[in-house]
Ligand binder design. Structure first.
Ligand code: SF4
Length: 198
């Protein structure tokens, strides 16, 4: 099985699922099988809670302060394992927890899961990806028709629930699109991170 926990640019990541409810045009999974030193992040099936904990117990946490749930899939698709393992990392290893997400968990699970996430996650980074619903559908190709408004609602709820919430875009967007995304974030009082495309 591929590593569930991996180091990338001196940060510790948890790759707990390869499931995702989007099919983004730019997804790294369509370009290569891993990132950095981890050249294979395709899991051999969905790891169980026990398997994730066993792998976590092998990690040397001394060099990290934060555990980031990210990886080759959308972590909230594996919600129960995400909640349980985030709590485990927090309680046993005193880690701060960050979730990188597409912000569609409430649509995927057909309920508001933010209160559950907020109990164990400190920081949430939500991929905004586009300034309009039309462009979002084109770029991310989600399973849902109403994904973009759901993402914005998720971000607004997240802002009220997590210690730190940010929206993120990649700098491949045009200046006009970046400005429009900035306004979307500013209107909601949420920090916008503009990531370099790599
Ligand atoms: S949401 Fe993330 S994992 Fe899913 S397709 Fe998009 S970039 Fe890939």
């Amino acid at each position: 099985m591929a590593d569930i926990f991996y180091n990338y640019k001196n940060q510790l990541y948890a790759n707990i699922t390869n499931r995702c409810d989007c099919s983004c045009q730019f997804c790294v999974r369509t370009l290569k099988d891993g990132v950095g030193e981890n050249n294979y992040l395709w899991l051999n099936g969905e790891p169980t809670l026990d398997e994730i904990k066993q792998e976590m117990d092998k990690v040397d946490f001394s060099q990290y302060e934060e555990l980031v749930f990210c990886g080759y899939g959308e972590p909230t698709c594996a919600l129960e394992n995400l909640l349980e393992t985030a709590a485990y990392a927090k309680e046993k290893y005193g880690m701060r927890i960050r979730l990188n997400t597409n912000g569609l968990a409430n649509l995927y699970h057909k309920r508001n899961v933010i209160p559950e996430l907020a109990k164990v996650i400190d920081t949430v980074s939500i991929s905004l990806n586009a300034a309009t619903a039309e462009k979002y559908q084109e770029i991310t190709r989600p399973q849902f028709e109403n994904a973009y408004p759901a993402l914005l609602e998720f971000a607004e709820l997240a802002k009220k629930s997590f210690k730190h919430t940010q929206l993120s875009i990649v700098d491949v967007l045009s200046k006009e699109e970046i400005a429009a995304c900035q306004k979307i974030a500013d209107d909601r009082g949420i920090y916008l991170k503009i990531r370099k495309f790599s």
